[in-house]
Design a protein around this ligand. Structure first.
Ligand SMILES: [Mg+2]
Length: 194
């Protein structure tokens, strides 16, 4: 008899939830626009009882390009839009505002934010996934020992092997049964039962 655990989808933000401004940061709600099918996708996974948790690097704050308050405003806007449109929103948002150059232990590709959420929400790693459009998202997922889904057209690193690759969120919905049935390599079998 085990304790019932939660399952979760971890989302990178820019390039997965909203369009990523090239060489810039989303500094205000008017610079934030949802990616196609995000509403449909979030509703789909919430109805399957997944927690939806954002794991985002936002070094624009430490660069002085926006404040923590501006970042919160963007997230409040995102959450209220989702509530209005689909009656669901993200369960939590973890942001790392540290500079990439500071060797932050929190910032992706480190798994710290994911692991904090796993602890806080009693999440089963074997039923949980990260979706990201960067190599660092996949690396963070691998280090946290959860499943990895790369979203995008090209993955320019032969050493990074996500469990799945899709070009858009709609494809993830279409292939979700494959994802749910995928045996993650982190499963720990109890050998005593055989
Ligand atoms: Mg991204």
């Amino acid at each position: 008899m085990g304790i019932i655990q939660n399952k979760a989808i971890f989302f990178d933000r820019d390039g997965v939830i909203n369009y990523r401004p090239v060489g810039d940061y989303v500094k205000s709600p008017d610079e934030f626009s949802f990616c196609p099918d995000l509403f449909k996708f979030l509703k789909f996974i919430k109805e399957k009882n997944y927690l939806a948790i954002i794991i985002t690097n936002q070094q624009g704050v430490s660069k002085g390009l926006m404040t923590n308050e501006q970042l919160s405003k963007v997230h409040n806007y995102m959450q209220s839009e989702l509530n209005q449109k689909i009656s669901f929103n993200f369960d939590d948002i973890y942001s790392c505002t540290d500079l990439a150059t500071n060797k932050s232990s929190k910032r992706k590709p480190n798994p710290t934010m994911i692991l904090e959420a796993i602890e806080k929400y009693n999440i089963d790693k074997n039923q949980s996934w990260i979706i990201g459009d960067s190599i660092t998202d996949i690396m963070a997922g691998e280090k946290a020992e959860i499943g990895t889904i790369f979203l995008g057209n090209s993955l320019q690193n032969p050493f990074i092997n996500p469990n799945f690759k899709f070009t858009n969120l709609y494809q993830i919905i279409e292939n979700f049964s494959k994802i749910e049935n995928f045996e993650l390599p982190f499963l720990k079998y109890d050998l005593d039962i055989f």
